[in-house]
Design a protein around this ligand. Structure first.
Ligand SMILES: Nc1nc2c(c(=O)[nH]1)N[C@H]1C(S)=C(S)[C@@H](COP(=O)(O)OP(=O)(O)OC[C@H]3O[C@@H](n4cnc5c(=O)[nH]c(N)nc54)[C@H](O)[C@@H]3O)O[C@H]1N2
Ligand SMILES: Nc1nc2c(c(=O)[nH]1)N[C@H]1C(S)=C(S)[C@@H](COP(=O)(O)OP(=O)(O)OC[C@H]3O[C@@H](n4cnc5c(=O)[nH]c(N)nc54)[C@H](O)[C@@H]3O)O[C@H]1N2
Ligand SMILES: [Mo]
Length: 680
């Protein structure tokens, strides 16, 4: 008889599903969405509904290995854990004696979102005095910074409220692929007559389902939002009472900003028709409770911080925040006031601790001095695929004097450069707690299967290293359970009074203080209001009022290369976490780019032809998919893939640059220009 075990999807995804797993004879045989979890709603995405294939993949790394080939070549021979740990401890002790602990760097990211798996490394590297990696810059640092200036931290709304909306905008958000559990709630609203609008540079799966699709030019969302505000003001569709009571700076918007954003000028900037901009604004202004789901997509260009900041202001213009079903949602992370410090232990960090950056990882590793970085431990991330500016990443990882340790479930592009490869489990093989950033649920996962092969969890590896290196703090003798309890059993805030035992029987929903709902100081900004005018922006050397500005450096690159690159998540992949599952590799298809028919004809490229994407930084070979799903001038590459899945070169981040966004210091994957030619 199969057993049924409830556990949690570990991916870096807003949905954070509750899973029911059938187990028989020591194997997971079927994975289903939990019908009792209100957001999971009894179904799973295209990837996780075959999680058992990831757990039991023949490609899994199940024992420690030592490199026997050249760095990057990927040839390894098995060794014992004892030998691997002795080697790490010995190397690290010698490095520390000669250069100090900052010559060691630790990089753990979001391959597993369990709080212990993802956060505990901070306590370890703090206590060790090692160099740490600034995290989030390849993903959400820019959108969070943009949101914070306008709405403030701590502000969130419940995505399930969208059922009461009558106009839903998926703005730079491909919900069907990256947030699919939001879709049934949107569908419920649509059954009651709500309209869905998608704003995206290419026709995504979400755009196909929308009532209206607006193919915006990349990096021009600030102008579109300001154009909408221009029309809303001109046509008397603003909520003056709300603006007066809950927002700051609207008068300056009217006098200084909005006159510059006529529909005609915004049409020139965004590539949309002036009449469509007016229609969008009118529909937004006349809706009873308009809801905007902001994705991170719009933040990944040189003006991305301002884009998120400006779009997040729109609900204030029409008073949507206080209408049930209305408002805007980027993340719900602000709803949590958990005691993360129990896992991170900032008090253990040495004064002047050094940080390098995910975004500039290659350059930072190559340039580090006093001391140079001589060892790096990577867990739960695959920077040799995901970080921009791969030429420097690869050059840094190939350094003969860098002792590289990679702890992963599979042999990744990064793992190929490792001196030591250590096997990590899937989430089915250990317990953890999970806090959603796209809904309001907190969950504890159950262990479904024993650790496979010789796998050790992130926590086990770090506590064992702590023991061998003589780190004395009692935190390294605690059990995961003790740490989970310390993290969630807080005395203040919305989670006050919660006990770990409360999570035993399913997900726990946090209560939410409503934002902008007839409450003074309802926003988390310095003024307590929604800030059109932001003094914090001014202090940071930024324009205090929203404005759209072309980026000079980007324009210079754009003037030399005719096409622009857009990269976005794959439907059947989660970055590269599913690269080791052959059925999903097949479903995602061959590595390809979407090319507009006009751009294809101009270059003699036919549908299905092998092509080379190239720019100043490098070349990547893949297949062309000729389609008007993309706009003229934009080459879309969907899905991150391992280098060997490309016809030549690869990964795609060979072409992207380490240039940072306007604020938040995030990635500008979408500010990349190139050309395409047939591949012989
Ligand atoms: N299936 C799947 N799901 C995932 C992931 C995955 O790899 N696969 N990754 C997860 C992770 S880590 C994250 S951070 C989230 C990301 O999920 P989202 O927040 O949805 O962000 P993206 O998918 O990167 O971008 C969303 C959309 O923005 C569009 N876009 C790009 N540039 C612009 C622009 O300038 N303006 C506008 N309006 N739109 C633009 C892109 O074409 C894309 O369709 O998804 C998570 N979910
Ligand atoms: N050009 C371009 N580049 C991008 C993006 C883009 O849109 N365009 N998106 C960016 C975004 S949003 C993100 S978040 C990053 C993601 O980039 P990465 O952080 O590199 O994400 P993954 O490729 O999923 O790598 C996660 C790894 O963790 C491993 N893993 C899973 N669970 C565990 C565990 O418990 N322990 C250990 N030790 N390992 C584990 C998985 O097997 C996988 O190899 O990529 C970014 N890169
Ligand atoms: Mo991400």
């Amino acid at each position: 008889m199969p057993r049924l075990v409830r556990t949690v999807c570990p991916h870096d995804c807003p949905d954070q599903c509750s899973l029911l797993v059938q187990v028989e004879d020591g194997r997971a045989i079927k994975v289903m969405g939990d019908p009792d979890h209100p957001f999971t709603h009894g179904f799973l995405c295209a990837k996780v509904n075959c999680y058992e294939e990831r757990v039991h993949s023949p490609e899994r790394l199940l024992q420690p290995m030592r490199r026997v080939g050249a760095k990057g070549e990927g040839r390894f021979a098995p060794i014992s854990w004892e030998d691997a740990l002795t080697e790490i401890t010995g190397r690290w002790q010698r490095i520390t004696a000669q250069h100090g602990a900052q010559a060691i760097a630790g990089y753990t990211y979001s391959g597993c979102m369990g709080l212990v798996s993802r956060q505990f490394h901070q306590a370890f590297y703090n206590a060790l005095g090692a160099t740490r990696v600034r995290l989030g810059t390849i993903c959400d640092s820019t959108c969070e910074a943009g949101w914070e200036y306008s709405v403030g931290s701590g502000a969130a709304i419940d995505p399930e409220r969208v059922v009461d909306s009558d106009l839903i905008i998926a703005w730079g958000a491909n919900l069907v692929t990256t947030n699919v559990h939001m879709v049934p709630f949107i569908d419920q609203a649509r059954k009651k007559g709500a309209r869905l609008i998608a704003i995206d540079p290419y026709r995504t799966r979400t755009a196909r389902r929308a009532d209206l699709y607006l193919p915006i030019r990349i990096g021009t969302d600030t102008a579109l939002a300001l154009g909408m505000m221009h029309v809303l003001h001109r046509e008397g569709l603003t909520d003056k009472a709300y603006l007066g009571r809950y927002t700051l700076g609207w008068d300056q918007m009217i006098s200084e900003v909005l006159p510059h954003y006529t529909p005609e000028r915004v049409a020139e900037i965004t590539g949309l028709a002036a009449v469509d901009i007016e229609t969008l604004a009118r529909q937004y202004g006349k809706a009873r409770a308009p809801f905007i789901r902001l994705g991170m997509g719009m933040s990944r260009n040189t003006g991305g911080g301002m884009a998120v900041r400006t779009v997040a202001l729109l609900p204030g213009v029409v008073g949507a925040w206080h209408k049930p079903g209305g408002g805007a949602l980027l993340e719900t992370a602000g709803a949590w006031s958990l005691n993360y410090d129990a896992l991170r232990r900032p008090d253990l960090a040495p004064a002047g601790q050094r940080f390098i950056d995910q975004m500039t990882l290659g350059r930072d590793l190559l340039a580090s001095q006093d001391p140079p970085i001589l060892s790096l431990l990577v867990q739960s991330s695959n920077p040799a695929t995901s970080s921009p500016d791969q030429a420097s990443v690869r050059a840094a990882l190939a350094r003969e004097d860098l002792f590289l340790i990679v702890h992963d479930t599979f042999l990744t592009d990064t793992g190929r450069y490792a001196d030591l490869l250590l096997p990590a489990p899937t989430a089915f093989e250990h317990e953890d707690i999970y806090r959603s950033y796209g809904s309001l649920y907190l969950q504890k996962s159950n262990q479904v299967l024993p650790l496979q092969g010789e796998c050790r969890t992130n926590f086990q590896l770090l506590t064992e290293l702590a023991r061998r290196l003589g780190l004395q703090d009692p935190v390294f003798s605690k059990s995961p359970d003790e740490l989970m309890r310390e993290t969630i059993e807080v005395e203040d805030g919305p989670q006050a009074g919660l006990r770990l035992a409360d999570l035993e029987h399913g997900a726990w929903k946090t209560p939410l203080p409503a934002i902008g709902h007839n409450l003074e100081n309802a926003f988390g900004t310095p003024s307590g209001r929604l800030e059109f005018y932001s003094r914090s922006m001014l202090v940071a050397g930024q324009p205090p009022l929203p404005e759209w500005r072309p980026d000079a450096a980007a324009e210079a690159e754009g003037s030399r290369w005719p096409l622009r690159l857009l990269t976005a998540p794959g439907h059947f992949q989660h970055h590269t976490s599913w690269a080791g599952v052959s059925s999903l590799r097949r479903k995602e298809g061959v590595a390809a780019c979407l090319l507009h028919p006009d751009d294809a004809v101009a270059r003699g490229i036919h549908d299905g032809a092998p092509v080379l994407l190239h720019n100043d930084r490098g070349e990547v070979g893949l297949y062309a998919q000729v389609t008007s799903d993309t706009q003229r001038g934009v080459v879309v590459v969907v899905g991150a893939r391992a280098s060997h899945e490309y016809l030549q070169g690869g990964p795609i981040n060979v072409l992207t640059s380490a240039r940072k966004t306007d604020f938040g210091e995030g990635a500008t994957y979408q500010s990349v220009w190139l050309d395409v030619r047939p591949l012989a």
